[in-house]
Design a binder for this molecule. Sequence first.
Ligand code: UD1
Length: 365
Amino acid sequence: MAYKVVLVAAARPNFMKIAPLIHSMRAHFPQMTPILVHTGQHYDPNMSQTFFDQLEIPKPDINLEIGKGTHAQQTGQTMIAFEQFLSEVCPDAVVVVGDVNATLACSLVAAKQGVLVAHVEAGLRSFDRTMPEEINRLATDAISDILYTPSPDASEQLRKEGVPEERIVFVGNIMIDTLFAQRERASALTVAQDLGLTARFGLVTLHRPSNVDHPETFTGIMEALSQISQELPLVFPVHPRTEKILNALDLDLSQIRRISPLGYLEMLNLTAQAQVVLTDSGGLQEETTALGVPCVTIRENTERPITITEGTNRLAGTSKIGVLTAYQAAQQPKQGRIPQFWDGQTARRINQHLFDTLQARGSRL
Ligand code: UD1
């Protein structure tokens, strides 16, 4: 008998974090059986299935099919469905990643059932509680048994919050495992050429409610991007949330190449080649740092400060002038370095620690 480890995936940014954990478990830890739960928060093929195909993630053992809804609906429905599933499976551990609604919902359920909860990407803080993700991060970290951190600042933050030392494990950045594993495949694609981008270009993504749900803020950001696009062609894969809002506003975006959300490999291909990435995504701040590509983060804060102190990231704020100023500054590329343990081995470190912990708790083998 092996340890049963439930892995939770829900939304696009989770899939590249779950993939290396499953692959490493299957290849190197036969004593742990991964059980994959997809909560169904993201359901469009290009927000979910494409990532399963490209990253060779096995078909989930169950899809809870939660879909869209308010935060309370998504969180509550996920909890109810996950509780039922967990009672049937009786796993030895539940692993949650990142900061989406399912991260919080599933960690709460598992903690109340007395199952060991491990949070991958723990300790990140924007100190901005208007962000739904910040609430998810704070609450998930508060109830998780093991906190796997991506960077020393995240470990330090948990210490400041009074988390006992033995719960904090610095393992590095799990996303970068996938990035390094897929970089070669991605570079073989011809995405830019297929889009007619023959020379320099910038890559844009925007989906944070604080940016796109406020017409004044969003208009200012889009005006800045429109101005930048006069000198640097911009390609903008548009998230479904943003698509709805763009269609409702009367903006002249004729110079900006808007496309549907891309798969992981296509996005990595463009990111690696871009002159600059302008984004409000958390993952892209990290991926650009790993790739040495200049990044302009269109937010007032970041929970990933190491991408600024060590990497290639710059914080622009969300005003038109802030975006333009940060874009200008990005013309002088920062000499970033890749942070410690962003080395493609994070999944292995997590699985080894998890296995040792399960063994120490009492053997089911
Ligand atoms: C969620 C995460 C966010 C993450 C982002 C990545 C939370 C609180 N937010 O935000 O941290 O950065 O995913 O994308 O968990 N929609 C579709 N098809 C889909 C998924 C969503 O059309 O496959 C539309 C729906 O209308 C939905 C809206 O997009 O209402 C927003 O989706 P939702 O999952 O609620 O939040 P995201 O903004 O994607």
